[in-house]
Ligand binder design. Sequence first.
Ligand code: XUL
Ligand code: CO
Length: 434
Amino acid sequence: MKFPGIPQVAYKGGDTFSFQWYNPDEVILGKPMKEHLKFALAWWHTLCAEGSDMFGGGTVDKSFGADKSDVIAHAKAKVDAGFEIMQKLSIGYFCFHDADLVEEAPTLAESNKRLDEVTDYIKQKMDETGIKCLWGTCNAFSHKRFMAGAGTSPSADIFAYAAAKIKKAVELTVKLGGTGYVFWGGREGYETLLNTDVKFEQENLARLIRMTVEYARSIGFKGDFYIEPKPKEPSKHQYDVDVATACNFLRAHGLLGDVKMNVEANHATLAGHTFRHELRTAAVNGVFGSIDANQGDLLLGWDTDQFPSDVTDATFCMLEVLSAGGFTNGGLNFDAKTRRMSHTPEDIFHGFITGMDTYALGLRNAAKIIADGRLAQFTEQRYASYKSGIGADILSGKAGLKELEAYSMQKEPQIPDSGRQEMLEGIFNRLIFS
Ligand code: XUL
Ligand code: CO
């Protein structure tokens, strides 16, 4: 046991080391909360990140009792710690990059061997605990070889190396039964147009995604592929700026039916959107897939990856998730880390407890709003003029510009009814805070 002093986290345990709102088996809108929420632990933040920032090194010890120079022993200690954390918090899923699982070796062959050994161990733990893999991905951005991108690198050798790494990451995802595979753009973007062929780079990125989809399907992957939009960081301009841009990329390269979106809250705000906007844009384009649940600091222009604590935002998110029909292969991955000053194992647990409770409360609120019905009714009523008369003729195609001109010659239009935004915000508050 890695955390002997830390107990199982209970629902209504009575103190801050328990859930106040997350009751995994409680049924809400016909489904247990754990199925609505599908919480996942992010291997990289929880088991690898040691709190370094651009001004200083780590503040957190993530050796988990192992000698870090023995890379396999350390990797297995991370597995033990991860499964203990997930079990104590009733988290059903995890997400990983290849490089999170075990330190990369000097050669690809040796790295792959290490990954085989560590994933054998993970698989054994999964069988023992029933914990599942939500999605896997490939780290094609940390090593200096990827400084100018992976799929968009100007070097064909680097493209080849990224493809080889992705092949292995896909195989590991299939081995662990993952229901998703994520493409975060990593360094797929540019710093200056003075040296960049944007069209060629985007075509190559699409080529790499298509190769991955084809290979994964050929080895039996049945899950979803996701692009994870992000506007900046690390590159000044990332190609997958936001959901709409990523959708256009998929459409332009014939990949729309193959790839959905993994929407991250902090990436949405970096793009100058609300999280809810990004989720709605994904849903209306038929590409809603999965979520990286975190939050940024609106006063900072970078990806702070904080555990979510904003209940209003989580409520908006769960309203979008429910109206998109809920998760199928996706879920809520906590792409989140504790602050640098929160450096104890207890802090990791507090991060998850607050994050999970925030979303549990968001789900409870969203269910209340749906049951109340007033917000949805108001929106529906707002478009009622299209149900009959000239509105119905517009929708059916019976009325074109000529007919609409004739209609308008006879009738001076009235201004639209009040949008009642303030009243609706009041209804929202009454529902969620009472
Ligand atoms: C980076 C980010 C990644 C992806 C997975 O901002 O969110 O961790 O979630 O590569
Ligand atoms: Co993410």
